[in-house]
Every structure is written in structure tokens, then in C-alpha cells.
Ligand binder design. Structure first.
Ligand code: SF4
Length: 490
């Protein structure tokens, strides 16, 4: 148990190779690890960002996330291990108390494997010595603002390696013409719909083609999940290509779980090369939610914020993370998920800002059943001036049965008011329940259509995709006006 952080979920790291570690460094590193272990539950990641995380070690998070909460985080507990609090909740709370909330906006780098398991204190001293404008102790008393500025400069160099250089600024895309049909439709200012399709459990693309058939005339793009709930299916890249070949634009979900940074770069580049330009970047569900057996720990090399930062730079700066130049840059319209109902809206807004700054151009939210709470989240985004920087697609799950409503009560990050569950319970037989689910969805569509800051709806009618055309027709929603990039007005 540590004094300032939740307990570690995974064991401390060890150095990848030790041939260059002297006996003195071994002793020093062990001492540093012991002290930081007691104080911070440190895992000796060797890439310390404690100053950015209110002195709580983010590596105690079961996913090892370094840039904020995951979608299932709640104030009460961690979604992966409910016996412990959410590390990131603790970080937000402490940052608020210490007046360090804005520090949470800096985009932290993924781990440099060469540094894991190694000491960082001597490293910080070396950086201090090497930095030209390092702070002078006397200036702490004589010129505090200069001292603070120089201190910040030194520690920025410590935590932000050359190959990453994360910041807390918004970076607008550097291209002008829309990259995808989805982007072109969103740019018109019309209310845009997208629809989710779960890839099949089998190797047959026929199911995708059938579902694409339901959606093709109604939505701007079909969105393919990427082994959601840590459960293997046909991959989202393959599913997206089948969809594209059938004449409909896909949104390919790309999650960080199970992928190293190399594979993320490679998959995004491959997708762009195949003509798949919409990519939704996700951290991914923990393996604990899959059918098992659970994989070895540390399946998260990156998080969604880091993916966005890396892919945006590949597109706009023409560089891989390792610095190699990209001759033909990938054309990517980048998206992210948001969870208005998991953590406190003010914390979720920080997380959304970080994703938008990193490169998210559109956001898909968790399903909206609790409209009032959704508005609170939107207000928090508005306070941070985010609504003009991103397109927001409100998530919608039409419920087919009362059982589905009860199931969603227990899903972390979903808020479903009791009255809605009661309505589904009172709806009678199977058909009655499905009709009630449609009625509830139509009522929500009516509200969302006229909500400022909302640019469309993302339907997640998994295994009930055929209901989407009805919802669009009866909800008075628009079909996409742009169906190919040739038809985009100059
Ligand atoms: S809820 Fe998510 S962000 Fe919070 S500690 Fe657990 S895995 Fe990490």
C-alpha cells in the first residue's frame, strides 16, 4: 500500500537489459524504487510524470493509462478491478485540490521501453545540468516567476522525450478539403447519422453486406467495432474493407489494447492505403471483460489520446513516431469516444479536451438515455470552448427488450434513468417491448435534433441494425446529402 496512490495493480517493471548497470546504480535504483514504492506505489516505469498527475502514479491504473480516465471509470471504483478506486479519479480530485487541474491537459508520452525499471532521479539531475536555462535556487526567493518558468522548462525536458514533445495546445488539422464523405457531410452543418455494425463471429462477409444493405441509404458511414469487450471477431480493418467495396464508407474503430505503437501506425497506414479514412481511436476494453482466458498483463502500450497525437502527426507532419519521414502521408479523419455519464462531467470534459487537442475531429458518445446529465456534460465542454473544435455525434442504443434495459443499468459509463427501465418493464410482450424501445429512442431523437453543439447521432443498434432506417424516417432525420467526394461543392 502506498501513501499517495491507490495500490499497484501490476508488479514493478525491471530493466529490459542490465549489461550497462553498475553495482552503484543497482543499489541506487533499488533505493529509489523502495522510496517511490512506499510513497507513490511506483512501478518504476522510468518515464515519470508525477508532476503532471498530482503526485499520484498513473501506472497504478490497471490499464496503465497515462492521459486520463477510461470510459468505464466511475467516482466509486475502477471498472477493471472494482475492489480498488479509479486511479485517475484520485488524480483529478487531488489535482483540483492542489490547483493543478490544467496540468492534466499535457499529452504524456507512452513509455520508452529502454528506460523502464531504471532510476529517474539522477536522470533529472543530468537534465537539470544540461538545460541552459535551469533554475537557480536563489531565484526561488528573489525572482519566483523566473524560477517557476525555468523549473517547468527543465521538467518538461525530463518528461517529454524528443520523439514525443507533447503539449496542451489545440492543433487544428493542416489540410483544407474534406478527407472523407463523413467529414464532408459534417462540414455542411446538416444533422448527420452514422450506424454501428458488429463484425461477424465467422469468416463470412455476407452478414456485413446484409447490414450495409440496411444502412446504405440512411447513414453517412457504417462504424465497425474492433474486438469490443475483448472478444475476438472479424477484424475492423477487414470488415471496413468489405463495407467499402460494397459502396459504403466505413469508420474503422482502432483500439490500443493488444496493439503496440508499431502496429497502430501500420494498421492506420494500411487502412488509409485501402481507402479507409475515418478512424475512431479507442483505448479499448480490458481483457477482464472478454470471454477469457485472460491474457498476460500490460496489453496497453498506448492510450487513445496517444494514438490520436501520433496519427495526427503522421498525417499533418509526415513523421512516424520514430522520426522517419512519410512521403505519402495517410489521409485520416480522426475520431474519439466520450463518456458523458461515467466520471464527473467536469473531469470528462478535461478528458475530451485532451483528445480534441491531440487530434480528435469527431466524437462519438456513450448512449444517451439521461438527457439532463448529457446537457451538463455539454455545458462543461462549452466552458472549455470545445464545441467549435469538434463534431459531436450523440450515441443512441434503441432497446429491443426490457432485458436489454436491465443489462445497461450495470454497464459502467452508461446512465439509464429508472423511469425508462420501468417503461420497458411495463411494455408487455416481446413486440410491445421493442415498440416501447422505439418510442423511447424517437423521444430522444427529438431532443437531440435541437440540442446546440450536437452534430448528429451515432446509432448502436447491434444485432438490430434494421431498425435504424425506421428511426431515421420516423425521427425526421436527414439522409446524407453528400454521397461521394466528387459531389462536394468547391
Ligand atoms: S477505471 Fe479505468 S482509468 Fe480508472 S483505474 Fe480503472 S482502468 Fe484505470
Amino acid at each position: 500500500m502506498s501513501l499517495f496512490s491507490p495500490p499497484r495493480y501490476q508488479a514493478p517493471f525491471k530493466p529490459m537489459h542490465r549489461d550497462d548497470i553498475t553495482p552503484f546504480m543497482k543499489v541506487f535504483t533499488a533505493g529509489e524504487g523502495m522510496i517511490k514504492g512506499v510513497l507513490f506505489g511506483c512501478r518504476m516505469c522510468g518515464n515519470c510524470i508525477l508532476q503532471e498527475t498530482a503526485f499520484i502514479c498513473p501506472m497504478t491504473c490497471p490499464k496503465g493509462l497515462r492521459n486520463g480516465l477510461c470510459g468505464g471509470a466511475t467516482p466509486e471504483r475502477c471498472e477493471v478491478d472494482p475492489s480498488r478506486p479509479c486511479t485517475w479519479h484520485k488524480i483529478y480530485e487531488r489535482a483540483e485540490k492542489l490547483g493543478r487541474t490544467e496540468k492534466l491537459l499535457e499529452i504524456n508520452a507512452p513509455l520508452d521501453g529502454e528506460r523502464v525499471g531504471r532510476e529517474t532521479w539522477l536522470d533529472a539531475v543530468d537534465t537539470w545540468k544540461e538545460t541552459e536555462e535551469s533554475p537557480k535556487f536563489v531565484e526561488f526567493f528573489t525572482n519566483r516567476s523566473k524560477f517557476d518558468h525555468d523549473w517547468e522548462h527543465v521538467f518538461y525536458n525530463v518528461r517529454q522525450p524528443e520523439w514525443w514533445q507533447g503539449d496542451s495546445e489545440y492543433h487544428a488539422p493542416t489540410y483544407s478539403e474534406p478527407i472523407s464523405i463523413l467529414e464532408a457531410n459534417l462540414r455542411t452543418g446538416e444533422f448527420v447519422c452514422t450506424g454501428e455494425i458488429a463484425p461477424p463471429l465467422s469468416a463470412s462477409g455476407a452478414i456485413i453486406l446484409k447490414k450495409v444493405g440496411f444502412l446504405a441509404d440512411y447513414v453517412a458511414a457504417a462504424n465497425f467495432t474492433d474486438n469490443a469487450s475483448a472478444s475476438a471477431r472479424m477484424g475492423s480493418l477487414a470488415s471496413s474493407k468489405i463495407c467499402l467495396d460494397a459502396g459504403m464508407e466505413p469508420v474503422m474503430q482502432l483500439q490500443a489494447r493488444d496493439r503496440s505503437r508499431v502496429v497502430i501506425e501500420s494498421d492506420a497506414m494500411g487502412a488509409a492505403g485501402l481507402g479507409i479514412h475515418n478512424i475512431l481511436c479507442l483505448s479499448g476494453d480490458h481483457h477482464r471483460f472478454g470471454p477469457g482466458p485472460v491474457t498476460k498483463p500490460d496489453q496497453f502500450d498506448m492510450d487513445a489520446v496517444q494514438m490520436l497525437w501520433m496519427l495526427r502527426r503522421m498525417r499533418d507532419e509526415g513523421r512516424y513516431i520514430d522520426g522517419r519521414a512519410i512521403k505519402h502521408t495517410p489521409a485520416l479523419f480522426l475520431g474519439a469516444a466520450a463518456s458523458p455519464f461515467g466520471a464527473y462531467p467536469k473531469y470528462e470534459a478535461i478528458r475530451a479536451e485532451k483528445k480534441i487537442n491531440a487530434g480528435a475531429q469527431f466524437i462519438q458518445t456513450q448512449p444517451v438515455f439521461d438527457y439532463d446529465r448529457f446537457l451538463v456534460w455539454l455545458e462543461e465542454l462549452d466552458k472549455r470552448n470545445l464545441l467549435d473544435k469538434v463534431y459531436i455525434l450523440a450515441g443512441m442504443i434503441p432497446m429491443k427488450s426490457a432485458r436489454a434495459a436491465h443489462f445497461m443499468v450495470d454497464v459502467p459509463g452508461v446512465s439509464i434513468p429508472k423511469e425508462i427501465v420501468a417503461r420497458m418493464d411495463a411494455a408487455g410482450d416481446k413486440d410491445g417491448q421493442a415498440e416501447e424501445g422505439v418510442a423511447i429512442a424517437l423521444e430522444m431523437i427529438e431532443k437531440l435534433k435541437s440540442t446546440p453543439g450536437i452534430n448528429g447521432i451515432h446509432f448502436m443498434a447491434v444485432h438490430w441494425e434494421e431498425i435504424i432506417p425506421r428511426l431515421i424516417d420516423e425521427g425526421g432525420l436527414q439522409k446524407p446529402s453528400i454521397r461521394s467526394l466528387e459531389s462536394v461543392p468547391a
